[in-house]
Design a protein around this ligand. Structure first.
Ligand code: GLN
Length: 484
C-alpha cells in the first residue's frame, strides 16, 4: 500500500515508529497526483518543494509532517488563493487563515490547492473557471461540490485528507458522492478568518477524510477560539478522538419523515434505511421525527446565501484584488468590466439574485421573510434534539450525474441541496459517511451513497462517535475506486 493511500491515523503510527519520514509521504502524494490527477482534475496546483520545506520546520503535533489538501478558498501565506475564479487568478495570499495556522501548529503541512466551484457556488464542480473535477468512481460523472476537488483527491488516494468549506452542503455532498467522510462543524466551531467568504452566516471549514477517526483528528486540530473571528466560540476543544470510544447503546436517532418523501432515489432510500437497521443492531433506537419546514429550506437558503454573497463579493472590483479589465476608460467602466469579465455565470447569477432580494421594495418580501423562516427551521431542529441524540438521513436525494447533464437547469441542482442546507441555516453540525453503493440506470459503474448524521450545536463528539461505530461495523469505507 502506498503512503498516499494511508489514513492520518495509519501515518501517525508509522511516523511515531520512525519507519517513514514526512518527506516520503509528500512525495507519495505528489506521485499519486502526477499519475492520476490528469484524469480527475482535483488539484489546481501543488508545490512539492515548498511542502518539503514546510515539513522540515515541523517540530511535533498530532499531524506531525502529514500533508493536507487545501480548498482553493483558504488563504495559505505565499500560495495562490484563486477560489477557482478568473477574477482572483493572480492573487497570492498574504497571510495564513486561522485554520491553516492551527493546522501548522499541529504539525500539518498544507499541500496543494484543491479545485472547487467558483467562490464555492455550486454542487457539481462544473462551475470551476479552471477545469471540472471528475468523480474517481466514474470519470464521466461529477464529484459533487463545491469542495469537489477536496473530496476527489481524498477518494482517489491523491491526498491523505483535505480541508473544505460547507455553506449549504459543500463538504458533505461531495464526500457522499466520492465515498469519503466529510464533516461540517457547528457554526462557530472553526474560525472563518482567512476563508474567502461566500455567505458569512452559513460558512464553516471542515475536514474531508478516509475515516471518521481521521475527521475527529483533523477537526480537533483546526477547532477553537480566534480573536480574528468574533463568531468563533472561545471554549476548549474536546478530545474528539477519545470521544470515539465506547458503544452507542441506548442512543436515540431520529429519521425525519420529510427526508424520505418524493424525489429521493429508491436506491439511496434503501441504503439509508439499511443503515438505520445497522444502528439498531448496534443498540441505538430509531424513531421518526419531523422537520416541518424542510420544504422551505431551499428557497430560504438561496435568498440568504445570495444576499450575503452579493455583499461579500462587492470587494472584487478590479481595484483592490485580482483581475482588472485592461480596456476600461473610467472608474465605473473599470468596475463593471472587471466584474463582467472576471466572474463566471453562476457567480453573476447569484450576485444579481442577492442584490435583488436586498433591494428596497423587495427586502421585506424576500430577505426578511427568509430570515423569519430561518428561525423556524432552527426551531424545528431544536425541538427534534429535545427528544433525540442525533438525526440520520440521506445526504443527497440523487446520485452523481454526468458532467454537463444538468448544466442548463440551475433550479434542479438547487433542489438537490434539500437535505444539507437546513443544517447550515440552523447552524448545527453534520457528518457524511459512506453507507452503500448503487449502479445507476444510465451507468455501469458503482457509485457511493452517503449517510448523513446531524447533531445539535457543538455535539460533534456524539456525531463522530455514532459515525465511527457505524463505520467500524460495516465495510463501506474500505472500498476504493478502481483507477487503473
Ligand atoms: N450547493 C450549494 C450552493 O451552490 C452549497 C454550496 C456550498 O456549501 N458552498 O450554494
Amino acid at each position: 500500500m502506498s503512503l498516499a493511500s494511508q489514513t492520518i491515523k495509519g501515518l501517525q503510527t508509522l511516523l511515531e515508529k520512525k519507519e517513514i519520514q514526512p518527506k516520503e509521504i509528500i512525495d507519495s502524494v505528489a506521485e499519486a497526483a502526477a499519475v492520476r490527477d490528469g484524469a480527475i482534475g482535483g488539484y489546481l496546483g501543488l508545490d512539492q518543494e515548498l511542502a518539503h520545506r514546510d515539513a522540515e520546520e515541523v517540530s511535533g503535533g498530532v499531524l506531525a509532517g502529514i500533508p493536507i489538501g487545501i480548498k482553493d478558498l483558504l488563504n495559505v501565506k505565499g500560495q495562490p488563493c484563486g477560489c477557482a475564479s478568473k477574477i482572483l487568478s493572480n492573487y497570492i495570499a498574504p497571510y495564513d487563515a486561522t485554520s491553516i495556522a492551527k493546522l501548522r501548529a499541529s504539525g500539518g503541512v498544507p499541500f496543494g490547492r484543491a479545485n472547487m466551484d467558483e467562490f464555492a457556488m455550486g454542487s457539481s464542480n462544473e462551475n470551476s473557471s479552471i477545469k471540472p473535477v471528475h468523480n474517481p468512481w466514474d470519470l464521466e460523472r461529477i464529484p459533487g461540490g463545491s469542495s469537489g476537488g477536496s473530496a476527489a483527491i481524498v477518494a482517489a488516494d491523491e491526498a491523505i485528507a483535505a480541508l473544505g468549506s460547507d455553506t449549504g452542503g459543500s463538504i458533505r455532498q461531495p464526500a457522499a458522492f466520492c465515498g469519503c467522510v466529510g464533516l461540517k462543524p457547528t457554526y462557530g466551531r472553526v474560525s472563518r478568518f482567512g476563508l474567502t467568504a461566500f455567505a458569512s452566516s452559513l460558512d464553516q471549514i471542515g475536514p474531508l477524510t478516509k475515516t471518521v477517526e481521521d475527521a475527529a483528528i483533523l477537526l480537533g486540530a483546526i477547532s477553537g477560539g480566534d480573536t480574528n473571528d468574533s463568531t468563533c466560540l472561545d471554549e476548549s476543544v474536546p478530545d474528539y478522538v477519545a470521544d470515539l470510544q465506547g458503544d452507542i447503546k441506548g442512543m436515540k436517532l431520529g429519521m425525519p419523515k420529510e427526508f424520505f418523501g418524493e424525489g429521493i432515489d429508491p436506491a439511496i432510500r434503501a441504503s439509508v434505511e439499511e443503515a438505520a437497521k445497522q444502528f439498531e443492531s448496534l443498540g441505538a433506537e430509531i424513531v421518526e421525527v419531523s422537520l416541518p419546514h424542510t420544504e422551505q429550506a431551499v428557497a430560504v437558503y438561496y435568498i440568504i446565501a445570495t444576499a450575503e454573497a452579493s455583499a461579500n463579493l462587492a470587494r472584487f472590483d478590479g481595484v483592490r484584488y485580482g483581475y482588472r479589465a485592461p480596456d476600461a476608460e473610467n472608474l465605473g467602466e473599470q468596475y463593471a468590466k472587471s466584474r463582467a469579465q472576471g466572474f463566471g455565470n453562476e457567480v453573476k447569477l447569484r450576485i444579481l439574485l442577492g442584490t435583488y432580494v436586498l433591494s428596497s421594495g423587495y427586502y421585506d418580501a424576500y430577505y426578511l421573510r427568509a430570515q423569519k423562516l430561518r428561525t423556524l427551521i432552527r426551531q424545528d431542529f431544536t425541538s427534534a434534539f429535545e427528544t433525540v441524540d442525533a438525526i440520520i438521513g440521506p445526504v443527497s436525494p440523487i446520485a452523481p450525474f454526468k458532467i454537463g447533464e444538468n448544466a442548463s437547469d440551475p433550479l434542479a441542482m438547487y433542489l438537490a441541496d434539500i437535505y444539507t442546507i437546513s443544517a447550515n441555516l440552523a447552524g448545527i453540525c453534520g457528518l457524511s459517511l459512506p453507507c452503500g453503493y448503487m449502479t445507476p440506470s444510465d451507468g455501469q459503474r458503482e457509485l457511493p451513497i452517503g449517510l448523513q448524521i446531524l447533531g445539535a450545536p457543538f455535539d460533534e463528539g456524539k456525531v463522530l462517535k455514532l459515525g465511527h461505530n457505524f463505520e467500524q461495523s460495516t465495510e463501506w469505507h474500505q472500498r476504493r475506486p478502481s483507477l487503473g
